[in-house]
Design a binder for this molecule. Structure first.
Ligand code: FES
Length: 159
């Protein structure tokens, strides 16, 4: 094999190796997950529903780690730690819901709006329910969910 032919094979291999990562970079997919009931209960108001959005699937519970206290959660209305956001379930205040706070559209950090009981993305105004379900586009994929619970005054999330 001559030098020119060898170099052309290396060039072709390089182009082929870039193809899968280029295709993945175009998708906005994230995998969804679930929650576990909590053990305490302050009052809450009804939450928005996600009738037209894709369903949010349950995630298996693995090792739980504490990301804050119940006192902090109830004082601030939400907890945020390492891009994991936790709020009380607006439909059942005995439960907590944990989601990945990175928008599934283009990756901005979503913000919890306590008054509306939903997450809003500041970049293109996508809205997500407390359980991560898409309420308003342009995002099409729910926020990733994590199993979460309250134990001995701590908010625990399985990541
Ligand atoms: Fe969130 Fe576009 S990055 S809506």
């Amino acid at each position: 094999m001559d030098r020119r032919k060898l170099l052309s094979w290396f060039g072709l291999g390089w182009v082929v190796s870039l193809l899968p990562s280029s295709l993945v970079g175009c998708s906005d997919a994230q995998s969804p997950t679930a929650s576990v009931p909590a053990t305490t209960s302050p009052a809450t108001s009804p939450a928005p529903t996600a009738a037209a959005s894709p369903s949010v699937a349950a995630a298996p519970a693995g090792n739980f780690k504490a990301i804050g206290t119940v006192a902090q959660l109830d004082k601030d209305g939400h907890l945020l730690s390492d891009k994991i956001a936790v709020v009380r379930d607006p439909k059942d205040s005995n439960k907590v819901l944990a989601v990945n706070a990175i928008c599934t559209h283009k990756g901005c950090d979503v913000k919890w709006k306590s008054d509306k009981k939903l997450y809003v993305c500041p970049c293109h105004d996508a809205e997500f329910a407390a359980d991560g379900a898409v309420l308003e586009g342009p995002a099409k994929t729910p926020l990733q969910r994590y199993a979460a619970k309250i134990d001995k005054g701590q908010v625990l999330v399985s990541v």
